[in-house]
Design a protein around this ligand. Structure first.
Ligand code: AMP
Length: 216
């Protein structure tokens, strides 16, 4: 899943992964868990993430190499938040080639920047199941409570404050947007507008995907 922060990569990726029976591998989520547990990776990543910057490529590549080799990912997986730089994209191709696999498709979700800032500011997540909510467009049934875990309060990510959001968008434009050209030049890029309700976007995504990978 490619696209700027807040465009819906996690929400749409989770749905796609569930439909396919594959794991969703979200590098941001892996890092947030490591931060919460205070592991060496978490200690290294905490301040970088809080500043809206990127964790070093070698760390991220190692993490994805290990995670994608797990048995639950043998049939396929959806990546959310990786690759984010050209070296990461090249490393992904290389590690998959070693295993006789390829990236089927790079799905790029798009949305205007002001919409992203609005969405990210209203974004909340369940600390138990990581389900994403939006106080404006996808509110929980009960204010500030996960529909599936009503005993715990929803939380706002530390990096979803406006100044950090702007920084993350800047980093996205400089480092991640060029990946669209990388996949486009290989004929693997599929662009899907990420605006509208989550069901509408998912229908679009499935149609676009169906046109490229068919029944696969
Ligand atoms: P996300 O949940 O995808 O928005 O990621 C949250 C933060 O985790 C990012 O702003 C980065 O600091 C870090 N991060 C996640 N994935 C990567 C990656 N592939 N490369 C570098 N940093 C990452």
């Amino acid at each position: 899943m490619l696209g700027p922060p807040g465009v819906g990569k996690g929400t749409q990726g989770r749905r796609l992964a569930t439909d396919r029976g594959w794991p969703l591998i979200s590098t941001g989520e892996v890092l947030r868990e490591a931060v919460a547990r205070g592991t060496p990776l978490g200690v290294q990543a905490r301040q970088i993430m809080a500043a809206g910057q990127l964790v070093p490529d070698d760390v991220m590549i190692g993490l994805v190499r290990e995670r994608t080799a797990a048995t639950d990912a043998a049939a396929g997986f959806v990546l959310d938040g990786f690759p984010r730089t050209l070296p990461q994209a090249e490393a992904l191709d290389a590690m998959l080639a070693e295993r006789g696999r390829t990236v089927d498709v790079a799905l790029a979700l798009t949305a205007p920047e002001e919409e992203l800032v609005r969405r990210l500011s209203a974004r909340r997540e369940c600390p138990v199941c990581q389900r994403a909510y939006n106080l404006v467009s996808a509110a929980p049934r009960v204010t500030d409570r996960c529909d599936d875990h009503p005993d715990v309060a929803l939380i706002q990510r530390a990096d979803d404050e406006e100044a950090t959001i702007r920084k993350r968008l800047e980093v996205y434009r400089a480092q991640t947007l060029p990946l669209e050209d990388y996949y486009r030049s290989q004929g693997r890029l599929v662009e899907v507008p990420g605006t509208g309700g989550t069901d509408v976007v998912y229908d679009r995504l499935r149609q676009a995907l169906g046109a490229v990978v068919g029944g696969r």
